[in-house]
Design a protein around this ligand. Structure first.
Ligand code: HEC
Length: 129
């Protein structure tokens, strides 16, 4: 008798703690994905991105960066307008893909350079610490 009374409460509590856990994990995962792309792909003078823009990257480096950048698809903006973030991410992915598919023209590299503009994206979407 007591148990059957308690059961709905327990179930509801379980559902709430489960869903809040899922949200937290999702936020965490989102941050991890973006952080990985930033640190392993974009950051620094000798980053894979810098090498690709300089025309110094091997085909393998280029393919790996393309793959890495694509992991940003579907991430949510930690800050700012999601639609604007999606547009910036989509352009970054498209510009990178064009180079990875073999377009190493100045125009293609300039497009990638602009799509990867750190400040343009950070000022809108990177939370201040
Ligand atoms: C299309 C958007 C976008 C572009 C372009 C971009 N970033 Fe970021 N970057 C982000 C977002 C969003 C964060 C914050 C992630 C978070 O806090 O979850 C971030 C965070 C970072 C971080 C901190 C990572 C950490 O959490 O430790 C570094 C470093 C970084 N970016 C470097 C760069 C550099 C260098 C460039 C340019 C070559 C660049 N980013 C271009 C979106 C972008």
């Amino acid at each position: 008798m007591k148990f059957t009374h308690l059961l709905p409460t327990l179930l509801a509590f379980g559902a709430i703690s489960l869903s809040s856990g899922v949200i937290a994990a999702d936020d965490h995962e989102n941050h991890e994905i973006i952080e990985k792309v930033m640190k392993e792909g974009l950051k620094g003078d000798d980053s894979p991105l810098a090498l690709v823009l300089d025309g110094q990257a091997t085909a393998e480096d280029t393919a790996n960066l393309d793959k890495l950048i694509k992991t940003m698809k579907g991430t949510h903006a930690p800050k700012g307008d999601q639609a604007d973030y999606d547009t910036k991410v989509a352009e970054l992915i498209a510009a990178m893909e064009a180079v990875a598919k073999g377009d190493t023209s100045d125009a293609a590299r300039k497009r990638l350079d602009e799509a990867a503009n750190c400040k343009a994206c950070h000022s809108e979407h990177k939370p201040k610490k």
